[in-house]
Design a protein. Sequence first.
Length: 176
Amino acid sequence: MIVVLMGVSGVGKTTIGKSLAALTGWKFEDADDYHSEENTRKMAAGIPLTDKDRTPWLNALHERMLQYHQKGESAILACSALKQDYRDVLAGGFTKNEMRFAYLHAPIALIQERMRSRRHPYMNPGLLASQLATLEMPIPSDTWSIDVDGGSPVEVAGEILARLREAGMLTSGAEK
């Protein structure tokens, strides 16, 4: 099983992903670790990435997801996946029972507050507006919508875990 935690920067993808990994024992990967040096320089300078910039990054993430799948390992990926085209690349070759997107969202004021209070190596808080403009709402039948405003990262991870259980996507012994 591959779970992709998606949404704009500052919504809590990495923090919630690490909490979910602690609950399941699954591997956790942050898509930010796969950006090229050129992409990280652009973002640090407040320059939004283009689709051309993102294509090699998305392909590398898809390959990583396939590696986990081919080894029979479950994993959690924190990735913005803002456009449907990006999600289509990531989901290529997977069935709904093999991977699922969880769209993490919160009020913009909360996301802005989180971005101001954290230090990210290159994610310029000024890019939030471009991410919100780029965001294409996910198709509800393909994605779980998770409001992160009302709970701690562990509680939100617990909600995702409950949805995995309800959907029959957890194999026996998949949880710690």
